[in-house]
Ligand binder design. Structure first.
Ligand SMILES: Cc1cc2nc3c(=O)[nH]c(=O)nc-3n(C[C@H](O)[C@H](O)[C@H](O)COP(=O)(O)OP(=O)(O)OC[C@H]3O[C@@H](n4cnc5c(N)ncnc54)[C@H](O)[C@@H]3O)c2cc1C
Ligand code: SF4
Length: 537
């Protein structure tokens, strides 16, 4: 029997446990005992149901690293809870989570389960399906969030009936949250006299100050087993899983976070937007993957940053920059997902049927991309991107609909900025915010690639991607697919921005200063051709 199953067997409930304990379903993205029903129950009175649903992992060719992260985190959490005295019913199902819940019901006869309202729409669909099959699940508010639906309504008012067409500006919500939580405020005024120090946080980086070397964590036995199982079961999935260095045990995650607060966040602000090949992570925390599965809680993370700032260990501009990401953007995006039902309920043009790469569109694509555009690698075809039941909303306010080229799957394009970031995603399942926004998405928007295909690519490729966060970021913020519900303008730039904020251009075969001529300068040529073919919005 595999090692994890051997270890968790002793924590399985007996008939008395089933009758006398409070039973809580813990989905893979709410792995926490610091808030919610599990926090309210003493371990000796609590039982949790957890499961691995194979169909979920097969739904898209998810990055292998993402699958390992989720499986190993779940297993670590189950063992941690067992060590606290919580009983654990851990199930494996070839189907979806609804099948696993039904299996749990049949095997143990739970009268009722409790769970925090799922963040993920796909999980909500599974739970609804389980309820239809007669499984009683009592959903309680998800207290991992820092804001509520009522907070969002207090800022923007009650949503009008029908499809959403209004523009939400994040800044208003962020100010409200700062005031409501009295964060970085004094006497009702923002510390430092302004709510945002964003304009101070746009420095480019050329090697100083040095980025401290991050602590690395060799995989423990549970993680090694998950790596081996994922390699075996999902050989065609995207990405590499070798050279594992992420913390997976809770004490290691906490230590990595404490190290981040001490060594990275003091310098986070000024270089937030910088891109530099020898330091692909810059001063970013890399904590999103842990936040999104609740191995770290937003309240704790923000609290630690505020404590460090109060002690003078993190300058105000850096602390504010970080807090804005969590208290502002992260919460805002989740509400955008909620009020638009994952952009299914918006009044914006949907993407037309796929157009072939031909004519003028083809000429704007770089040769290296065009020749591979119709042949993405195995396990990553456009068809395999589409889940069988719900392919997701396809808003495309700018009329973009070209297929995503194979450069995003690792076929070199010759564009150094694109190739460098894609390489990092293949190896690590992560890259920082500006590379996502101003390289991967910028290029896609300029070239007119389908926002939906780009979004699915991010969803597959990034260890921190889930529908509630990846869709607003890609279909909304970065590609303007939603026509401005989430962001005031499309985030696009020419090569000059990339040249200023990164060292990519100096290492590229193209010249960022030449817009037209015999030498193809892809981003700028793409811009011109795409803009010519773009419909007025
Ligand atoms: C095109 C695109 C796609 C993105 N897809 C995702 C995604 O799938 N999952 C995801 O968690 N973030 C996504 N983001 C937001 C952001 O890029 C990542 O949260 C961040 O890069 C994660 O790295 P970090 O933990 O080092 O973040 P830091 O730079 O250290 O920031 C701290 C935290 O703030 C939060 N945060 C910052 N910006 C955002 C944002 N725009 N939306 C939500 N949370 C935010 C994250 O939890 C992050 O961990 C995306 C951004 C863009 C432009
Ligand atoms: S020259 Fe153009 S393609 Fe090359 S790295 Fe710079 S922006 Fe990217």
């Amino acid at each position: 029997m595999p090692e994890f199953q051997e270890l968790i067997r002793d924590a399985a409930p007996g008939a008395g446990d089933v009758r006398h304990r409070r039973w809580i379903y813990v989905p893979y993205d709410r792995l926490c005992d610091g808030t919610g029903p599990l926090a309210e129950t003493t371990p000796g009175d609590a039982g949790i149901v957890m499961m691995e649903a194979l169909a979920k992992a097969h739904r898209r060719p998810y990055h292998k690293r993402k699958l390992v992260l989720i499986l190993a985190s779940q297993r670590q959490f189950a063992l941690e809870q067992a060590a606290r005295g919580v009983k654990v019913a851990y199930l494996f199902t070839p189907g979806i989570f609804a099948d696993g819940l039904q299996q749990a019901q049949q095997q143990y006869g739970f009268e009722r389960l409790e769970m925090m309202e799922p963040a993920e729409r796909e999980m909500r669909a599974d739970v609804a399906e389980a309820a239809q099959r007669g499984i009683r699940i009592n959903q309680v508010p998800d207290t991992t969030w820092l804001s509520t639906a009522a907070d969002f309504e207090r800022v923007y008012g009650k949503p009008a009936p029908g499809p959403v067409s209004r523009h939400y500006v994040m800044d208003r919500f962020y100010r409200f949250m700062r005031e409501k939580t009295n964060t970085l405020m004094r006497g009702g005024q923002p510390l430092g006299g302004q709510f945002s120090f964003d304009t101070e946080n746009r420095k480019s980086y050329r090697g100083t100050p040095r980025v401290p070397i991050r602590p690395t964590y060799a995989p423990d036995d549970i993680t090694l087993e998950a790596i081996e199982q994922v390699e075996r079961a999902f050989p065609d999935h995207f990405g590499n899983v070798g050279n594992w260095q992420l913390p997976m045990r809770k004490p290691d995650i906490d230590a990595a976070w404490a190290w981040t607060v001490e060594h990275l966040l003091p310098v986070f602000g000024p270089f937030e937007d910088a891109m530099y090949t020898p330091e692909p992570d810059m001063f970013h925390s890399r904590m999103s993957a842990f936040l999104n599965i609740s191995r770290l809680l937003p309240a704790g993370v923000v609290g630690d940053v505020l404590d460090a700032a109060a002690k003078g260990l993190i300058p105000l501009a850096s602390a504010e920059g970080f807090v804005r990401q969590i208290l502002g953007w992260r919460e805002f995006m989740r509400h955008i997902h909620r009020v638009t039902d994952g952009y299914r309920n918006i009044d914006v043009e949907q993407e037309p049927p796929r157009t072939a790469v031909s004519g003028e569109a083809a000429t704007v694509l770089v040769q290296g991309i065009t020749q591979h555009a119709e042949a993405p690698p195995r396990g990553a075809t456009a068809a395999s991107l589409a889940p069988q039941d719900d392919t997701g909303a396809r808003p495309s306010a700018l009329g973009a609909a070209l297929p995503l080229p194979a450069a995003y799957w690792g076929v070199p394009s010759g564009l150094n900025c694109l190739d460098t970031v894609v390489r990092q995603v293949i190896d690590e399942g992560w890259s920082h915010h500006i590379t996502r926004l101003m390289v991967l998405s910028n290029f896609a928007t300029l070239c007119g690639y389908s926002p939906r295909e780009l979004c699915d690519w991010f969803w597959i490729g990034y260890v921190d991607a889930y529908d509630w966060v990846v869709e607003p970021n890609v279909l909304g913020m970065s590609t303007f697919g939603d026509g401005g519900i989430t962001a005031t303008k499309p985030y696009v730039s020419g090569a000059a921005y990339i040249n200023r904020m990164s060292d990519y251009c100096g290492r590229c075969q193209y010249n960022p200063k030449i817009a037209l001529g015999r030498t193809p300068v892809p981003i700028l040529r793409c811009t011109g051709a795409f803009l010519r073919s773009m419909k007025p919005c």
